[in-house]
Write a protein that binds this ligand. Structure first.
Ligand code: GFB
Length: 315
């Protein structure tokens, strides 16, 4: 069992998800939260990762590091997304097995499911149809990570679990104008329009795709919950079970950041998957439900963004 004194590794501790998991663990009194700083070890380097595990001997691992990005980044850098994510889980899971880690949680993404599968998406829909072209390389890397958890369990009896979260957002997100996901990308654009007094803000695509958004602090809470309560081979969805159109998301951000501005749509940009709403009934049956509504989450994220703009810019 996870205890306050357990040696816990959180990979990617500076990123959106890693930093939220570290906050959640330290906030609940877990004293030995370890991190593998990028300067100390490159998670794609198996020798370095093996050495780090031999030196630090973690008992529990939240493997939440990864190369992540929005639709533009995924569709323009598929080789990097495939290689980096594949290498990171290959080295970390092998080292975790070799050093006898008690339990490991691996995170994927809802883009692993077929582009046109029935909605809301049940875990059983995995590998039942073609993937969305704009993120197929990343999806394959994540599917192989999920399968690796099951393979180590089947061959070596490892308690390696995997969870598939929906689109995430929150503090420490990437607000890069092109590389980012839709919520932080739009938040930055609306904020820049507010400062420049622009009359309109451009939204990529048609605005009609639907997306589900989970605040990263809720995800961190779900990760600790799963580490404490879920020991099954199959993957499990993590989301809110509620989605909005991209136009509705843009309107929600506009109402918080710059209510006067007009929206325009650039249909030369890709829409991607029409809809990817997760069926979260399995997780709810275990007793976990999200807490943060999209409106609350957009407001708190914008407050964080405004007070951290200087350091973000420097970054
Ligand atoms: O968040 P996003 O980049 O990723 O885009 P996906 C979601 C939708 O928002 C798409 C539209 O239909 C975009 O065209 N959109 C509108 C924008 N304005 C913007 C903008 O300024 N920036 C961005 N980024 N999108 C990703 C996968 O797909 O979902 C990743 O590529 C991962 O691999 C991630 O799974 C969670 O939801 O389309």
């Amino acid at each position: 069992m996870l205890e306050k004194g357990s040696r816990i590794l959180v990979t990617g501790h500076r990123g959106l998800v890693g930093s939220a998991v570290v906050r959640r663990l330290k906030g609940s009194g877990f004293e030995s939260v370890l991190n593998a700083d990028r300067n100390a070890v490159d998670l794609r380097d198996s020798r370095g990762v093996d050495q780090w595990f031999d030196d630090n001997r973690p008992e529990f691992v939240f493997h939440v590091a990864g190369r992540v990005g929005g639709i533009w980044a995924n569709s323009t850098q598929p080789a990097d997304f495939l290689y980096d994510n594949l290498m990171m889980h290959a080295t970390v899971l092998r080292a975790a097995w070799r050093t006898g880690v008690t339990k490991l949680l691996y995170l994927g993404s809802s883009c692993i499911y077929p582009r046109d599968c029935p909605q809301p998406i049940k875990e059983e829909s995995l590998l039942t149809g073609p993937l969305e072209k704009t993120n197929d390389a990343y999806a394959i890397a994540k599917i192989s990570g999920l399968m690796s958890c099951e393979a180590y369990r089947r061959q070596h009896g490892c308690n390696f679990i995997s969870a598939m979260p929906t689109n995430l957002y929150g503090q420490n997100d990437n607000f890069h104008p092109e590389q980012s996901h839709v919520l932080p990308g739009l938040m930055r654009r609306f904020d820049e329009a507010r400062k420049s007094g622009a009359e309109s803000v451009t939204i990529w695509g048609s605005g009609s795709p639907r997306r589900e958004f989970l605040h990263v602090d809720d995800l961190a809470d779900a990760c600790v919950f799963l580490m404490e309560h879920y020991n099954e081979p199959g993957t499990i969805n993590v989301g809110t079970g509620v989605d909005v159109t991209i136009r509705e998301l843009a309107e929600t951000i506009r109402d918080v950041v710059y209510p006067e501005v007009k929206l325009t749509f650039d249909t030369s940009k890709p829409d991607g998957t029409p809809r990817k709403l997760l069926d979260v009934s399995r997780l709810e049956a275990l007793g976990w439900r999200y807490r943060t509504s999209l409106k609350e989450g957009v407001r708190s994220t914008y407050d964080w963004y405004r007070s951290n703009q200087a350091s973000l810019r420097a970054h």
